[in-house]
Design a protein around this ligand. Sequence first.
Ligand code: NDP
Length: 387
Amino acid sequence: MVVSKRIAILGATGSVGSSTLDLVEADRDAFHVVAVTAASNVDKLAQIARRTGAKRAVIADPALKAALETALEGSDCSAEAGEAALCDVARDADLVMGAIVGTAGLRPVMAALEAGVTVGLANKESLVSAGELMMGAAKRAGATILPVDSEHNAIFQCLGDGHCDHVERLILTASGGPFRTLSAAEMAVKTPAQAVAHPNWSMGAKISVDSATMMNKGLELIEAHHLFGLPSQQIDIVVHPQSVVHSCVEYKDGSILAQMGPSDMRVPIAHCLAWPGRMETRIERLDLPTIARLDFEAPDPVRFPALRLAREALEAGGSAAARMNAANEVAVAAFLDHRIGFADIAATVEAVMADGDNALPGSIEELLEVDARARALAAERVGRVAA
Ligand code: NDP
């Protein structure tokens, strides 16, 4: 008899959420969606809840609870709202898909980990901000974190047994984003629409801008450090424009294992959904003769200062990465809102990183205070630049 996995999808209305739904809805014997959540998109959330038969739907904004109740009338799905409800559904599943964007995903993911629930983690910002706290919570409760991010999922697959004992270094590949070949001056005049037009991946707006600045790779550097427990010096970044090799592990004997696959988030998501097994998918396969060649080049931290800033944050430790991440979230939102230019994103992050100490927060509450202070500093700087 097939025992279906009970899945809660946090951020079900987003890009990773939609890819997850596509896979689980294709195999209703193996997966049972028990809860779905969103920030404010009531109609889409209600449609997903009705379609999947989820019993709980949570909207993050409490002011939208009544609208969700109306949208779910006649179904047997309960309408819930607020952070406590997000945390509650995260505790009650076999697998939580953590696909909320930004630090907003932190408390629900922590709730799942503290309850010992396996988490498929797409929400890299929470790990960047609170890596020590999250990994500590997972260890104490015996919870497993399965990396959804394609690069970390690739490394997880190449590690096989999950241990880094014989590893020389991890090699994170980066597409280089839409501005890979541009000068700093050419990038400075790019618009939000141009920044979100990623050459290989279709993703949410925030991560698409992060790819254009290459802060996405910086966040992934810190994410890799927490997930796999290796220091900055053992994690390299290599630009690989085709996004076919999703990352590699180099072992002490000189072997490099790489994971390849199509640029489709459903591949790493399927790996997490079926782990420790494998599931069949109808995703278009890679055709190596058509691809014909794979290119690799060194990254350029001068044109892409976010790469340098992320490495500095990782090496500084403490709260440096949390402050960097918070400033980046504010700056990216301001750029998407046409309030600041492309080059102002990294400049804002750098200014916030230079203003404050890096003491390590001992709790989520302390971490969120650090996060709030960094956001306030970033907002102040954004306001000045926009004026
Ligand atoms: P999207 O912007 O497409 O979706 C974000 C989801 O989070 C939506 O469901 C949104 O709800 C919800 N959400 C937003 N803000 C809040 C909040 N304050 N509280 C609760 N829920 C909220 O993002 P992506 O799917 O692109 O990315 C999700 C995460 O996965 C990010 O951390 C990203 O870095 C990571 N990731 C994404 C990849 C991709 O291919 N997209 C690849 C690898 C990692 P609503 O629709 O109502 O706004």
